[in-house]
Design a protein around this ligand. Structure first.
Ligand code: SAM
Length: 461
């Protein structure tokens, strides 16, 4: 039986709490929850609208975000997308990125930032944070193991190696790495009311029971997130839901229970949430919460907030350099593994920390944090093993900081052939990175004039 707009609206009123008035016409809001919005993209850090061959219109709250004005274009099926020049991302997700200032130019001599994305898969926010990290380092954590592969794939698309991937419960992570991060991002699992428009959520998301359940889980994550911060560090919290209990109320709780200070983001002031009636009379004004509404902002909607840990209070967590138990993997000098010549030459001039897993070889920059090998389950992959042979990793072909030796630059027609998984012509033998407009697409192994396609199935079109 269809639930009427009026019924949904009446269910939404208690869920919205003090945000009810900002929602305006509640029936219009209820209706907009099911409306589709134009697709949006986020361009690779350092590129702009003119670098992308699409009819784009800027998104006001995020410098690298654009809405595509032609709904007939399949945004995930273009060469610009294939080479990694843009990502598909809902413009609502860019509110949290704006709170992190991930679109700001990297300043020369800016302090190196250590960032943790605590709920990272599939990497929409982590990829943006990584592209803007400069000399810093990102830890992308995703506790659900089956979601790590798409996260790793997307992080590789950035072309950077300044990241590690862990898969830990936030509490355990906070016990190991407490008190060290400059920025922790919690894009929490939530009731997901903004996903109704994409058909990825059901009406159970607007029930009080679902909201309470999600809020309790997010509180546990937030507590650990706060422990991960250094004194003065920033915590950005976001959701894709409208329930006040899952949004503004969580921030009030942090401010009341922890040495957390509201950290207003000036550029987001047009999107500020309505002030809440606070339970504690002396509670500081909570002016650090922001919302996008589907019927106002032409996107699915989202919530983001920013707080800082009090610089004068010692951090709640404390970093302990622990000897990891048992399963530490071998650290390599890189010389005792027979790598394909193309890989060995590419990494020759770089100082790397190479580590060998069961069938993978990862290479972190020499200045990566000391704990990286102990806690990560994946990272910038250099090579992988089938039997006794090491093959070059797809991730390596995507790197933007390496010189591809003897790469094969192809035209548009051959780029498409390659992306479909076909062999292409190559006159020189051996492993070669296939490039289009100077961007690495993946590997071929050539012999006798034919380059055999080694593009992983997930990257094929
Ligand atoms: C909203 S999604 C994150 C989306 C991601 N930040 C992005 O921008 O692509 C929430 C993520 O939190 C993960 N998650 C679930 N339970 C968690 C927990 N207890 N602690 C941390 N993350 C959790 C989910 O598996 C999911 O990948």
């Amino acid at each position: 039986m269809d639930v009427s707009k009026a019924e949904i609206a009446s269910q939404l009123v208690p869920v919205l709490g003090d945000q009810r008035d900002s929602a305006g016409d509640i029936e219009r809001f209820a209706e907009s929850l099911f409306e589709k919005h134009s697709s949006s993209v986020r361009v690779h850090w350092g590129l702009s609208q003119s670098d992308i061959n699409l009819p784009l219109q800027p998104i006001v709250w995020y410098r690298l975000g654009y809405q595509c004005m032609d709904p007939s274009i399949r945004l995930g099926q273009t060469l610009d997308f294939a080479v990694g020049d843009y990502y598909l991302q809902d413009s609502g997700s860019m509110l949290a990125l704006a709170a992190c200032e991930a679109d700001r130019p990297i300043e020369v001599e800016a302090p190196r930032r250590l960032i943790c994305d605590l709920c990272a898969a599939p990497g929409g926010k982590a990829t943006a944070l990584l592209e803007s990290i400069g000399d810093g380092f990102l830890l992308a954590n995703e506790p659900i193991k089956s979601r790590v592969a798409p996260l790793a794939f997307n992080l590789a698309r950035t072309g950077s190696n300044r990241y590690a991937i862990s898969s830990m419960d936030p509490e355990r992570l906070a016990h190991q790495l407490g008190g060290i991060f400059d920025l922790v991002v919690v894009d929490a699992p939530c009731s997901g009311q903004a996903l109704l428009s994409k058909g990825k959520q059901t009406l159970s998301s607007i029930t009080i029971a679902q909201v309470e359940h999600s809020a309790a889980r997010a509180r546990r994550i937030l507590q650990s997130a706060f422990m991960l911060l250094r004194p003065g560090g920033q915590l950005v919290f976001s959701t894709c839901t409208f329930a006040e209990r899952e949004n503004e109320a969580q921030i009030d709780w942090l401010i009341d229970e922890f040495p957390a200070i509201p950290d207003p983001v000036d550029r987001l002031s047009p999107y500020q949430s309505a002030p809440r009636r606070r339970s504690h009379e002396n509670s500081p004004e909570n002016a650090c919460c922001y919302r996008l509404w589907p019927h106002r902002d032409r996107c699915a909607g989202s919530f983001a907030a920013s707080v800082r840990s009090d610089v004068d209070v010692p951090s709640v967590g404390s970093f302990r350099e622990r000897k990891s138990k048992g399963k530490r993997r071998k650290q390599k000098q890189g010389t005792d593994i027979e790598l394909p010549e193309a890989v060995a030459t590419m990494i020759e001039a770089k100082e790397l920390r190479i580590e060998e897993g069961e069938v993978n070889l990862w290479a972190w920059p020499a200045d990566a944090p000391s704990w990286v090998e102990a806690i990560s389950i994946s990272g910038p992959e250099l090579a992988y093993r089938t039997g006794r042979t090491w093959k070059p990793s797809h991730h390596l072909a995507r790197r933007r900081d390496l010189q591809f030796v003897d790469s094969l630059e192809v035209d548009e027609a051959d780029a498409w052939r390659y992306l479909r998984g076909e062999s292409i012509r190559c006159e020189t033998n051996g492993w070669r990175v296939v490039c289009h407009r100077g961007r690495g697409l993946g590997w071929i192994k050539a012999s006798g004039g034919v380059g055999k396609n080694h593009l992983p199935p997930a990257a094929r079109f």
